[in-house]
Design a binder for this molecule. Sequence first.
Ligand code: NAD
Length: 476
Amino acid sequence: MALGVGTVATELRSTFAGGKTRTIEWRVSQLKALLTISNNHQKDIVEALRADLNKPEHEAFVHEIAGVISSCKLALKELRRWMKPEKVKTTMTTHPSSAEIVSEPLGVILVISTWNYPFLLSLDPVIGAIAAGNAVLLKPSEVAPATSSLLSKLLGQYMDTSAVKVVEGGVPETTALLEQRWDKMFYTGNSKVGRIILAAAAKHLTPVVLELGGKCPLVVDSNTNLEVTARRIIGGKWGCNSGQTCVSPDYVITTKAFASKLVDAISSELEKFYGKDPLQSNDMSSIINSHHFERLTKLLDDDKVSGKIVIGGQRDKANLKIAPTVVLDVPEDSLIMNEEIFGPLLPIVTVNEIEDSIRVINAKEKALAAYLFTNDKKLKEEFIRSVSAGGMSINETTLHLAERTLPFGGVGESGMGSYHGKFSFDTFSHKKSVLIRGFSGDIAARYPPYTHEKLNFLKAMLSGNIFRILRALIGW
Ligand code: NAD
């Protein structure tokens, strides 16, 4: 495979150079093909996601298939408008002139994807790259092999394979791909590999988008609707792929006085959703593999944590299942408070005053998402102003990423660049500045021989003061 990677990249480059991917007809045909895949192969997609993650059909459809469909539909609806050059005003400096910003495709895009939403997170960036008129190579995650193989099969069957290709594989294949020159790389995954991608990009000055993760904080004020809060925490944590989601709440902060009420509310709603024995529920994904199962149980078996379990803690190694688990007041230096959890474990940290939560959050790296539940307007404003994160939802979890009018991406340790909706189109386009002039207005003052009068005149022009300009003209 490593040998073939260069050939694949060369083929894509030659297709792009041929110009067909730039046409609106080609872009539309490929977006429609992705729509056909998502509409006509739902059963295959659900089966692949079940094989990889034991993902419930409900989540497979709502979180993955529907996301691809809505991205395709939005791009198909808006494409003409997005592609139109944007006219901008010009100033005295270039008068008389007109100007526009032209979106041009970058060339050949490499998309390296991850395993937790292997259908959505593979295709969503591909949709943006195609909409912007690029050729694309997709490398799905080897950690979700059934979905990777299905993507390879379906894209091979429905797409223009001279311009959209899939290379399956793991580290050796990705390493070989990273040696090639790309016009943009779009990586979703952990920050350790993110650094490998960035280092490889430096060699060819390739721009990158890094969609990474981190520890997403969630703050619960006592002035809240407790029942709705508990349900939405569960929805964003255990109802999102058993917490194996980049924007799932990683830890909760609440006040010492309110913590037990919150634990009780979460416990009671959890039982309504998943029954008395959640390990038997079919409504929760499994842990992706035994490596991640061991990683998660190690976080729980840490001496600093094991005595602090207030909900759950049960596990089923054979079926790679861990019950929804809440731990209360674990020490700051425990493993669970220092690693991204990415699974069904939720620590609750307590503070004296809810305002202290901002200090706790800001002491850590910038997260991909941050959440606050409160009815307090002042606290809401303070949180939005003081907490830096890729994005946030107030009185909700994870839902900001479903809003296609908002950019989705990280900041600092949680990544760089963003996508979704028009932001995807922009991410995979170069914004070319175009200034158009006629042959009039060719003022002598800009050309040598330089004189004091010419300089005075140019300074007057820049000042924009009409009297100064007239005086300079008279003096010239
Ligand atoms: P992963 O193991 O599937 O790795 C991601 C990709 O990197 C894969 O395609 C893999 O082949 C490649 N890769 C792995 N090791 C490599 C290496 N040494 N060199 C080159 N390529 C390599 O996924 P993961 O990293 O376990 O994903 C989980 C992480 O992704 C979490 O941190 C999560 O928060 C983050 N994530 C972020 C987003 C987002 O949109 N920001 C979405 C999902 C997951």
